[in-house]
Design a protein around this ligand. Structure first.
Ligand SMILES: Nc1nc2c(ncn2[C@@H]2O[C@H](COP(=O)(O)OP(=O)(O)OP(=O)(O)O)[C@@H](O)[C@H]2O)c(=O)[nH]1
Ligand SMILES: [Mg+2]
Ligand SMILES: [Zn+2]
Length: 358
């Protein structure tokens, strides 16, 4: 059915999603965007405002993976049951997504957010900084077709020299992603975030607890929209943010705040790894054997680059580690599904699930 949605463009709706909606939404249903998720409850927003929503039993029966469930940023077909409640009937295919394997041995896959234009990968200059973890986030974003910007917060707590060293460590690892260093306290660097924001665009903040994700959004809204929490003496956050939430700023940009996560796994991230480690990918093209493992093969182009200092060995080590982990998790997940215990899906399968509903 045809749905007019001029105003929804301010929430990020464009022709691509509109076409999916025309196909998937049934007569009487409308398009809305999921702006919050909290244990089985949702909040959806359209041109008129936000209302709480639930999924239908039929929708639940048609999903076979936690990743098919609506997540923040999703576009959905909804019925407005009354002025202040709605039911979700279908999730439109995702153009981009952020997903992860939760920490630990279990193979649980989880959607973090959907239809994100840019991921702000946030680390604090004070205690939290870790290049290998930055790379892990970069791979996750690249895999889901989300562009990345690195944000270093709390510059007010370190010296200019310390900050320079952190940036040098990032560049030294071969990461060329844009870096914004800022202080939520003094406001220095915030203009660079504001400059980057575009109307109708959706940004997602990712990073450990306590790095200042919610504080940054509060700075941008100019109000205490979100709850923030103090950190321990060692800089550890207290997991103040507990739900994922999409905030629409007055300037027109949208921000997804997420609960802090320190450990998370990757799965099926071959494309994201290739993108983040494109220096290694490029070198490997010159290896004599196309299936070179870069461990002991003759004619390997990667090993001499490491030996010669052109390729930082930590950067390479992290590449090997992430690749192995991602492949292992895909295998473990496939095994689990074979045993008939579905709980996630190694792709963004909203397409499959919504098609099935038709
Ligand atoms: N000095 C300094 N403190 C900051 C800065 N940004 C945030 N903080 C403080 O750091 C603490 C944690 O900030 P939050 O915004 O709650 O951190 P968060 O990343 O949202 O944490 P979670 O919700 O737990 O994931 C708060 O006490 C903030 O006031 C900054 O740039 N400089
Ligand atoms: Mg927070
Ligand atoms: Zn090689």
């Amino acid at each position: 059915m045809k749905i007019t949605s001029m105003d929804l463009s301010e929430l990020g709706l464009d022709l691509w999603f509109q076409n999916q909606a025309d196909e998937l939404c049934q007569p009487g249903q409308r398009i809305a965007r999921v702006t919050a998720v909290d244990r089985g409850w949702y909040v959806v927003r359209n041109e008129e405002g936000e209302v709480p929503a639930r999924t239908t039993g039929r929708f639940l029966n048609s999903t076979d993976s936690t990743m098919d469930m609506p997540c923040v940023g999703d576009w959905v077909c909804v019925n407005y049951d009354s002025e202040n409640s709605a039911t979700i009937h279908a999730v439109l295919p995702r153009r981009s997504y952020l997903h992860r394997k939760s920490a630990g041995k279990n193979v649980e896959m989880q959607m973090i957010a959907a239809n994100i234009d840019v991921a702000f990968i946030v680390q604090s200059c004070h205690y939290d900084f870790n290049v290998a973890r930055l790379e892990r986030y970069l791979v996750m974003a690249g895999e889901g077709h989300v562009a990345s910007v690195l944000v270093l917060t709390k510059t007010d707590l370190v010296s200019a020299e310390d900050l320079e060293q952190l940036i040098a460590a990032i560049r030294g690892a071969g990461i060329s992603t844009r870096i914004i260093a800022l202080s939520n306290v003094t406001g220095a660097g915030l203009d660079q975030v504001i400059e980057l924001m575009g109307p109708g665009k959706t940004y997602c903040l990712l990073g450990s607890s306590g790095v200042g994700k919610s504080t940054l959004i509060n700075r941008l809204t100019g109000q205490d929209t979100l709850k923030t929490g103090t950190v321990s003496d060692s800089g550890e956050g207290r997991h103040t943010t507990v739900r994922r939430q999409l905030i629409v700023l007055e300037q027109g940009a949208m921000f997804v705040d997420t609960p802090g996560m320190r450990e998370f796994g990757l799965f099926g991230a071959t494309e994201g790894i290739g993108e983040c480690f494109d220096d290694i990918r490029e070198l490997a093209l010159s290896c004599r054997f196309s299936n070179c493992s870069h461990t002991n093969e003759p004619g390997c182009a990667v090993l001499p680059a490491i030996a010669g200092g052109d390729l930082p060995s930590e950067h390479y080590g992290n590449y090997v580690k992430l690749k192995k982990e991602s492949d292992l998790n895909v295998t473990a997940y496939a095994e689990k599904r074979k045993k008939g215990k579905p709980s996630g899906n190694a792709g963004h399968s909203a397409t499959k699930q919504t098609k099935k509903q038709k």
